[in-house]
Design a protein around this ligand. Structure first.
Ligand SMILES: C[S@@+](CC[C@H](N)C(=O)[O-])C[C@H]1O[C@@H](n2cnc3c(N)ncnc32)[C@H](O)[C@@H]1O
Length: 279
């Protein structure tokens, strides 16, 4: 009788953890079967057992990376969880703009940006509500581990279904060009945004110079995939990159790993974090 080969999921989970620090629960091993079909096809392999055998026999960094990237969850939408954006509009940005009046510079980082909606939402918010920023140096950086989503963010082209999730109609008309089933972000929005691939868990964060300080960092809905230790290290790095009066947004169910260096502020029905000087 032909016996189905067993897949070494422990090996696959460890591989993903080593490359992205994403902790995958064994109860979700079935995700390897569904998410790696394209990787298998691209390498002419018939099953996960063959893939694992291949990797155990010889190192293949490119293949390993494509596995880690394929296992990421890239769920996002324009103005996701609307409240942080509303709070930025009504309260936080007016204060930051006043504080940056002399330097006329504002820097945002969408860390774990997925397909770019967080970054473009921020750019549209600025264009729509803060015309006084014309002539300022505005930079919105977006980074993500997964090359495929970064390419999509750079392409700035969204399907009707993605557009219909959370984007007010007047924003669609004003900031997108229609191209068949898709909508493409207009150049005036794109020009302040820059997307590139970066791993938040590599020894060095993608920004690391003193002048790289950010005014607002979005680190939303990614830490839930990390271990407590990884969260602690990452948030210490994020703390160093935030201006002393800067703002950190986490996902609605996320908390900083080390509350001693963050002050949680509850406002506008949402929570944001301000860096505290370590004592
Ligand atoms: C659920 S999405 C969140 C997107 C967006 N921040 C939001 O809240 O809508 C999580 C993103 O984190 C990225 N990610 C996972 N591990 C990462 C890592 N180690 N470094 C950088 N990005 C990572 C994934 O590729 C995915 O696009």
């Amino acid at each position: 009788m032909l016996q189905a080969a067993t897949v070494d999921y422990v090996y696959l989970r460890q591989l993903v953890y080593g490359l992205s620090q994403n902790v995958l629960d064994p109860s979700r091993d079935y995700l390897f079967d569904t998410r790696l079909t394209k990787v298998l096809r691209n390498h002419g392999m018939t099953g996960l057992d063959e893939l694992v055998q291949h990797l155990k026999m010889r190192k293949d960094p490119l293949l390993e990376r494509s596995i880690a990237e394929a296992m990421t969850i890239n769920e996002t939408s324009f103005f996701r969880d609307s409240r942080p954006f509303e709070l930025l509009r009504t309260d936080l940005l007016p204060k930051l703009i006043e504080a940056r009046r002399s330097v006329r510079t504002l820097r945002f980082w969408s860390a774990a940006c997925s397909t770019g909606q967080e970054g473009y939402s921020t750019a549209m918010l600025l264009l729509e509500h803060f015309p006084q920023l014309a002539g300022w140096n505005i930079r919105i950086e977006g980074t993500d581990l997964c090359a495929e989503v970064v390419h999509r963010a750079q392409a700035a082209s969204y399907h009707r279904i993605e557009i219909n999730r959370g984007l007010p109609a007047r924003f669609v008309v004003r900031y997108f060009d229609h191209a068949g089933e898709d909508w493409v972000v207009k150049p005036e929005v794109r020009k302040v945004c820059n997307f590139r691939q970066a791993n938040l868990c590599s020894p060095q964060l993608p920004f690391n110079r003193a002048e790289d300080k950010f005014d607002v960092i979005f680190l939303r809905n990614v830490m839930l995939y990390f271990s407590q230790e990884t969260r602690r290290t990452l948030l210490a790095g994020i703390h160093r990159l935030l201006a002393p009066d800067g703002i950190l947004f986490l996902g609605s169910s996320e908390q900083p790993a080390d509350p001693s260096i963050w002050t949680a502020v509850l406002a506008g029905g949402t929570c944001h974090f301000k860096p505290r000087v370590p004592s």
